[in-house]
Design a protein around this ligand. Structure first.
Ligand SMILES: [Zn+2]
Length: 132
């Protein structure tokens, strides 16, 4: 995901007010990190990032800043959609299906890859035996 935070930063840095570039970089990295690891609970990431960085730019640049932020966030989301899992620090998710029929995606236990609610499913898919 770093290519996206760096990309945003490269475009935004020249527009930022003096001394604000570090804030911009930190906000971009935090935002992309969160998008990669906590996407389900990260509503409107582009708006959030813009809200975090807009104080770093003169008002006259806000429209351009929003353009860059929304373009890159969309690209990052498209990228995340295209990469199933396990890219650059994205944690694995419980592969079980909930009673509601949706993917569980809770954080799995390292020993069997399922979350605590679904660990009884481990071993039912021919993953081999688990030493008890
Ligand atoms: Zn689960």
């Amino acid at each position: 995901m770093f290519q996206f935070s760096r990309g945003i930063y490269r475009e935004l840095a020249p527009l930022a007010m003096p001394g604000a570039r570090r804030d911009v970089l930190a906000a971009c990295e935090a935002s992309m990190q969160r998008l990669a690891t906590d996407r389900l609970y990260f509503a409107r990431p582009a708006r959030r990032l813009f809200a975090d960085v807009r104080h770093c730019f003169p008002l006259s640049e806000h429209e351009r800043v929003w353009c860059v932020v929304s373009t890159y966030v969309r690209a990052a989301e498209t990228y995340l959609d295209s990469v199933p899992q396990g890219d650059g620090g994205e944690p694995a998710r419980c592969p079980a299906t909930t009673r509601g029929g949706t993917a569980c995606r809770r954080e799995p236990l390292p020993r069997n890859g399922y979350c605590p609610s679904h660990q009884h499913l481990a071993g039912t898919h021919g993953h081999g035996s688990i030493a008890a």
